[in-house]
Design a protein around this ligand. Structure first.
Ligand code: ATP
Ligand code: MG
Length: 575
């Protein structure tokens, strides 16, 4: 490719709405162009990267025994009603009507469609197991599209779905996919961690996410991990053993009574006022889960993990209640407490964290402003409690597997694998017939990879202040050849010969034949992130070209023949 003909516009500035590295770099280097929030044109350079990722995914999925198909992007409401998700999916699902007033949606994921495809085609146990996948654009009307390709509304995903006769078959395929994913990300030049995770709106019992660990702002997930064993989990799923804490306030409170605690709106204020550790306070928080109030109880030195609470409440949507909603709840139940003085109350769903179970002689709000009960015990609360884990793990708490301290880091989720079981096959009556003629729902798994997010994550993991450093396997081109002065005959001759030789050897090479200053060409080369740059300048008069490795910024001098050979060897070794 001649740079003078390449459809690319590098910019002087980062896009004004870009907050994270990959969005800034991909925008400025001319890889993406925004059309609407979360909706981008993949310019030719970007499309080359995406196709390379797709091809790696394809090769590894095929190698793992999966078969590619392509399902429609537009989906009818009826299938979503069969699974029960038309009602519950919420605003992320882009709904539309056709000219006959039929409800449709743009596919955010394809469990319903694939399950209907399978039930028409997979009738007998003899046909199973099967794993079907596709690579396609998805649409999700994300509440906060941001970070460029990392959280788009329209994005490219690989989604695979497996069908087995039983759990044992699913377990085997799940492991098969986990191995395929490891190979895929490795080949893309990405270090990933496979972590336990919540199964979210898609449901199912077991799931893992593949995270690109990053210290940039783009890591939307907190990952807890142990250095002494293999435990690692998304914060929405992580558990830990707690170091011992004071949970019995008998040395502080001799009797159970209601006392004045004026202006103690926060846990800090309350524990300072009473001169007690916060582990002796029972904290009550009001959330709205699927539009209904839920009170979460937790020992006050710990925080609530919202996804865990949402799952425990059986919902699919959660947020903390506003002051107005709290006031309304109070009024409905004959109280008037402001936040800071809330406590358990009858006839409201209450979810108590496991940390509450052992608390004795503690302090708790009683829904009266400026008052608390001290020396309280669980039976004083007047409500029936069930305990579950809704606690957010913190750094330094102890690994649930080996008891050593846990660490936390940020991660970008690039893929995930789920054991769905019969979550879709059962309600959609998608069954196979066994050897005795009996029917059973398929046992399913699903496996996603964000193709466009993976490309952006690769930038988050490989860049410097000058631009992108693409891993060779997914770089749009492998090499750029920069003749310093296009009017210099020798420079152009050598550059042209190298260009031809590399192309002949199957290397993807760009010749920067633009009539620009060398500085401009070098800047663009760094910004776009070609893994190798060959500069043909004055030193060619002594028979040398300059060879630069983008990853390390290392520069060396070689003869054109040596440089060509080195490039071919280095690049072929990775592909
Ligand atoms: P997230 O928690 O980040 O919203 P998710 O759990 O909704 O992700 P899945 O439904 O499992 O994601 O989708 C599979 C893969 O698709 C994800 O692992 C991710 O790589 C990618 N993906 C999901 N949402 C987006 C998005 N809005 N933009 C780009 N890629 C996405
Ligand atoms: Mg999502």
């Amino acid at each position: 490719m001649k740079m003078s003909k390449m459809f690319v516009q590098t910019l002087r500035e980062f896009p004004s709405d870009a907050e994270v590295i990959s969005h800034k770099m991909l925008g400025r280097a001319g890889f993406i162009k925004k059309l609407a929030p979360g909706v981008y044109t993949y310019q030719p350079l970007m499309w080359k990267v995406l196709k390379k990722i797709e091809n790696i995914v394809r090769e590894e999925m095929d190698r793992a025994g999966a078969q590619e198909l392509l399902m429609p992007f537009v989906q009818p409401k009826e299938l979503w009603e069969e699974s029960g998700r038309w009602e519950v999916y919420g605003k992320e699902l882009m709904r539309l009507k056709d000219r006959h007033d039929r409800d449709m949606c743009l596919g955010p994921t394809h469990e319903e469609i694939i399950t209907s495809v399978a039930r028409d085609g997979l009738k007998s146990y003899k046909q199973l197991p099967v794993n079907l996948y596709q690579i396609q654009s998805k649409f999700r009307d994300e509440i906060r599209p941001r970070y460029g390709l990392l959280r788009g509304r329209e994005f490219i995903m690989k989604d695979a779905y497996s069908f087995d006769v039983d759990e044992a078959g699913l377990d085997k395929e799940y492991e098969n996919m986990a191995q395929a994913y490891k190979r895929i990300f490795e080949r893309c030049g990405l270090d990933t961690k496979m972590v336990q995770s919540d199964s979210g709106a898609i449901g199912g019992s077991v799931s893992h996410e593949f995270m690109v660990i990053t210290d940039t702002d783009a890591g939307e997930n907190d990952v807890f991990y142990c250095n002494d064993c293999d435990y690692s989990a998304n914060s929405n799923h992580a558990v830990s053993n707690l170091p011992e804490a004071v949970v019995d306030g008998k040395d502080y409170f001799k009797e159970t009574k209601v006392i004045d605690t004026p202006n103690t709106h926060s846990i800090e204020e309350l524990s300072a006022f009473l001169n007690i550790p916060s582990t002796l306070i029972l904290k009550s928080l009001v959330y709205i889960v699927d539009k209904k109030p839920v009170i979460a109880l937790i020992r006050a030195d710990k925080a609530v993990e919202e996804t865990k609470l949402m799952n425990a409440a059986g919902g699919i949507d959660i947020r903390i209640a506003s002051s107005a909603e709290i006031a309304e709840l109070m009024a409905e139940h004959g109280f008037d407490a402001v936040p800071g003085f809330i406590g358990p109350m009858k006839d409201v769903k209450i979810i108590a964290d496991n940390t509450v179970k052992d608390m004795k002689n503690f302090v708790v709000g009683i829904n009266q402003t400026d008052k608390h009960m001290t020396g309280a015990n669980l039976e004083d609360l007047g409500v029936e409690l069930n305990y579950t884990d809704i606690r957010l793990v913190e750094r330094g708490e102890l690994c649930p597997q080996c008891g050593k301290p846990l660490y936390v880091t940020k991660g970008i989720e690039v893929g995930n694998i789920f054991k769905l079981g019969t979550k879709y096959s059962k309600p959609m009556n998608a069954v196979y017939t066994d050897i005795n003629g009996k029917t059973h729902p398929y046992v399913m798994g699903c496996y996603g990879i964000g193709i466009s997010r993976t490309a952006a994550a690769a930038v988050e993991a490989h860049y410097d202040e000058h631009g992108i450093k693409w891993p060779i396997a997914i770089a749009p081109y492998h090499v750029v050849i920069v003749p310093v002065n296009i009017k210099d005959e020798l420079q152009m001759k050598v550059a042209g010969e190298m260009y031809n030789a590399l192309q002949k050897a199957g290397i993807e090479v760009v010749l920067d034949d633009r009539d620009e200053r060398a500085g401009v060409k070098f800047k663009d080369a760094d910004l776009i992130g070609f893994p190798y740059r060959v500069t043909v300048g004055k030193t060619i008069n002594e028979g040398f070209v300059e060879f630069k490795v983008r990853e390390t910024d290392q520069q060396e001098k070689y003869t054109p023949e040596e440089a060509t050979e080195k490039l071919i060897n280095n690049i072929k070794a990775v592909l």
